[in-house]
Write a protein of this length. Structure first.
Length: 412
C-alpha cells in the first residue's frame, strides 16, 4: 500500500524564495522514497517578478503541479498524469487571495484521500482549515514552520493576533510540528507560542541543498576578487540587507580595496537599489545587478565569485538556502547573526557571522576575506564538506522518510 502525501504551500517554483524551494525539495524527496505525492498551491503569477510571468503549467521531474486558477487545467493534466504514470494533479480556485495568502475551501474535501498532509507555514487561508480537515480525514497532519510572518502597520498587528489566537488552535489539531532548526525555533515568534500547544509532538527538519548541482568547479578568470549576493529584491524580501551591503561596499572602495559585487535577483525594489548604488558611486564597475537567474544556472554565477554575502536585517529567515548553495559550491559565506540563518555556516570555519545591520562589522569581515586567499580557500573546502554531511537533500530526505514512517508505521 502506497502512502499518499499532500504538500500544501502558498508559493512554489518558479516563484523564487525559500518556502517554494522547501516544498519542491521535500516533495521530490518524498517521491524518491516511494510516496505518492501531490502538491497544492495557489497560482500567484501576478506577484512573480519577471521573467516568471505567464500561465504555463509547472512540471517538476516526474510529477506536476496545477496552479490554483488555471480553470479547466486539472482534468487535462489528470489525464496526462494517467498516461505518464505521474502524480495526479488537482485544480484549486482561491475563494479569496491577498498577496501570497489564499483561501482554498476545496482543501476540506480534497484532503480526504491522503494519508499525510504536510503544510508549510505560514500559509494563511489554508492553515486555518486544518481543524476542519482534521474532522473530515484520517490523515496525519504536519505543520512545518518555515519562517515567521513579520510586517509593520496593520498587517503586523494581524500577524500578532493570528499567532496569539488562531495559531495555537491550528497546531493543536496537528499530529506533528516541524521547525527548520532548534536555534530558529527558540528565537522565533512561532516558538514563543509553544506553551499553548505543548502537548503536540515536535521535531526539526531543515532545508536541503543539491550538492550535485552545486559543487566546486574551477574558478572563472577575473581581474579582481568577486562578491556575490543571491536573493529576492522585492518588497516581500525587504530584509535581505541590500542597503547595508551597498554602504559597506562604498567604504571598501574608499579604502582602496578592489572588488566586484554581483547582485543576483529581481523584484520591485531593484530600481531603488540601483539608484542607491548609483548615488554611492558603485555602478562604475564595482556593483553589477544581474537580475533573476533560474536555479539551474546559479552554479555558474557562484563559480564566478570568491565570497558569498547575505547581510539580513530582520529576524525573518529560518535558513539561508543561497548561503548553503554557495558553500556547496566551495565559497566562504557571510551571514547575519540571526537565529536559524546563523546555523547555515560555522562561524570562523566556513564563513563569518556579522551583527545585523552593522555596516562596520560587515566591512571588516568582507575586507578580511578579500585580502586572504588561503582563508577563503580553507573556508570554502570546509563549507563544502559541511553541506554534504548535514544539508544534502538525500540526508534531509532520509530524515523526512523516518518522520513519515513514524506517523504511518506500516510499510509504504
Amino acid at each position: 500500500m502506497v502512502t499518499r502525501v499532500a504538500f500544501l504551500t502558498c508559493v512554489y517554483p518558479p516563484y523564487p524564495g525559500g518556502m517554494g524551494m522547501a516544498a519542491k525539495g521535500m516533495a521530490e524527496e518524498a517521491l524518491r522514497h516511494g510516496y505518492e505525492v501531490e502538491v497544492f498551491a495557489p497560482h500567484l503569477v501576478t506577484n512573480m517578478p519577471r521573467p516568471y510571468h505567464g500561465n504555463e503549467r509547472v512540471k517538476i521531474n516526474n510529477f506536476r503541479l496545477v496552479h490554483a486558477n488555471e480553470k479547466g487545467a486539472g482534468e487535462k493534466m489528470a489525464a496526462d498524469a494517467q498516461l505518464r504514470g505521474v502524480v495526479k494533479t488537482t485544480e484549486l480556485v482561491p475563494l479569496v487571495r491577498y498577496g501570497n495568502s489564499a483561501i482554498l475551501p476545496q482543501l476540506i474535501w480534497r484532503m480526504r484521500s491522503f494519508d499525510i498532509i504536510h503544510l508549510f507555514y505560514p500559509f494563511f487561508g489554508a492553515a486555518e482549515l486544518l481543524p476542519i480537515i482534521r474532522r473530515t480525514t484520517k490523515a496525519k497532519i504536519i505543520v512545518h514552520h518555515i519562517m515567521d510572518a513579520v510586517a509593520e502597520g496593520w498587517l503586523g498587528k494581524f500577524f500578532s493576533w493570528h499567532r496569539r489566537y488562531l495559531l495555537p488552535t491550528i497546531l493543536r489539531h496537528s499530529d506533528l510540528v516541524l521547525d527548520m532548526s532548534e536555534d530558529f525555533f527558540r528565537g522565533s515568534d512561532f516558538g514563543a507560542t509553544r506553551k499553548l500547544w505543548a502537548e503536540v509532538p515536535m521535531d526539526f527538519l531543515p532545508l536541503g541543498v543539491d550538492t550535485n548541482l552545486f559543487q566546486p568547479a574551477e574558478k572563472k578568470n577575473h581581474d579582481v576578487q568577486a562578491i556575490i549576493f543571491v536573493g529576492g529584491l522585492d518588497r516581500a524580501h525587504y530584509f535581505k540587507g541590500i542597503p547595508v551591503l551597498l554602504r559597506s561596499l562604498e567604504i571598501l572602495r574608499k579604502k582602496g580595496l578592489k572588488f566586484r559585487c554581483l547582485i543576483v535577483g529581481g523584484g520591485d525594489m531593484k530600481k531603488d537599489y540601483e539608484t542607491l548604488a548609483g548615488k554611492l558611486g558603485l555602478l562604475e564597475g564595482a556593483v553589477i545587478f544581474g537580475g533573476l537567474v533560474p536555479n539551474e544556472k546559479l552554479p555558474d554565477y557562484y563559480c564566478s565569485a570568491d565570497i558569498f554575502v547575505m547581510p539580513s536585517t530582520a529576524r525573518v529567515e529560518s535558513f539561508c538556502i543561497a548561503a548553503a548553495e554557495a558553500q556547496a559550491r566551495g565559497l566562504p559565506a557571510i551571514v547575519s547573526d540571526f537565529p536559524g540563518v546563523r546555523v547555515t555556516i560555522e562561524d570562523r570555519v566556513t564563513g563569518f557571522r556579522v551583527r545585523p545591520g552593522d555596516i562596520k562589522d560587515l566591512t571588516e569581515k568582507l575586507a578580511t576575506l578579500l585580502q586572504d586567499t588561503k582563508l577563503r580557500e580553507d573556508m570554502g573546502v570546509r563549507g563544502r564538506e559541511r553541506m554534504v554531511q548535514k544539508y544534502d537533500w538525500e540526508v534531509v530526505g532520509r530524515k523526512l522518510d523516518e518522520i513519515y514512517r513514524k506517523l504511518i508505521p506500516y510499510e509504504s
